[in-house]
Design a binder for this molecule. Structure first.
Ligand code: CMX
Ligand code: CO
Length: 153
C-alpha cells in the first residue's frame, strides 16, 4: 500500500546553488546527500515533514553526473524543474507487481538501490498521465524511518 509522498524529484544543473536557494528561501536544510552512480545523479534530500506511516517526505534535488544520464537528457529537453514524484510503501516488490498487473509499465524487473539505501522502482510516465512515478521502500524499519541516516557523501 502506498502510504505517503516520499519525495518530489527536482532536476537542476547546479546542486549547490539549488540547495542554497531552498535554504535561503524556505529554511530547508540538507538531511542527506550522496552520489548514485547507477542513476547518474548527485543528490540532496531535504526533509520537509514526518508522515503518519512513520516515514517522511523530502524534496530530492538532482544534478546529473554524466551527459548520458536520464536527468541530463531530461534537462536538455525541458530545462530545470519537477522531474518525478515518489510514493512510499512498506512493500515496493508487492506494490510494483500489483501495478504491473494493471498494465502500467514498471521499468525494472527488480527494485534498485535509491537514496539512503532505499529500494526503488519507476513507472513509465507515458502510462501515468505524463508523470514519471517512483515507488520507494525506505531502508529503515517502519516506525523508525527518517532517523539515523544523516551524512554520507
Ligand atoms: N516526466 C514525464 N515524462 C517524461 C520524463 C519525465 N521525467 N522523462 C521522459 N518523459 C517522456 C518524454 O517527454 C518522452 O515523451 P515524448 O515521446 O512525448 O516526447 C518520453 O517520455 C520518452 O522520453 P525520452 O526523452 O526518449 O527518454 P527515455 O525514454 O530514454 O527515458 C524514462 C524515459 C522514463 C524511461 C527514463 O527517464 C528512466 O528510466 N527514468 C527512471 C530513472 C530516473 O529517472 N532516475 C533519476 C532519478 C533517480 C532517483 O529518483 O533516485
Ligand atoms: Co527519486
Amino acid at each position: 500500500m502506498l502510504t505517503r509522498i516520499d519525495h518530489i524529484g527536482i532536476a537542476c544543473r547546479d546542486l549547490d546553488k539549488t540547495v542554497e536557494f531552498y535554504r535561503a528561501t524556505y529554511g530547508f536544510e540538507v538531511f542527506h546527500s550522496e552520489v548514485n552512480e547507477e542513476q547518474g545523479v548527485r543528490e540532496a534530500m531535504l526533509r520537509i515533514n514526518g508522515t503518519d506511516d512513520g516515514g517522511a517526505s523530502y524534496l530530492q534535488l538532482l544534478e546529473p553526473t554524466r551527459p548520458d544520464s536520464t536527468v541530463a537528457k531530461w534537462l536538455e529537453k525541458n530545462g530545470e524543474g519537477v522531474h518525478h514524484i515518489a510514493f512510499g510503501t512498506a512493500d515496493v516488490d508487492g506494490d510494483s507487481e500489483a501495478i504491473r498487473g494493471k498494465g502500467v509499465r514498471v521499468l525494472y524487473d527488480e527494485p534498485r538501490i535509491g537514496s539512503m539505501g532505499s529500494r526503488i522502482t519507476f513507472l513509465h510516465p507515458k502510462d501515468c498521465g505524463g508523470v514519471l512515478t517512483e515507488l520507494v521502500t525506505s531502508a529503515q524499519p517502519a516506525g523508525h524511518e527518517g532517523h539515523g541516516a544523516h551524512g554520507g557523501h
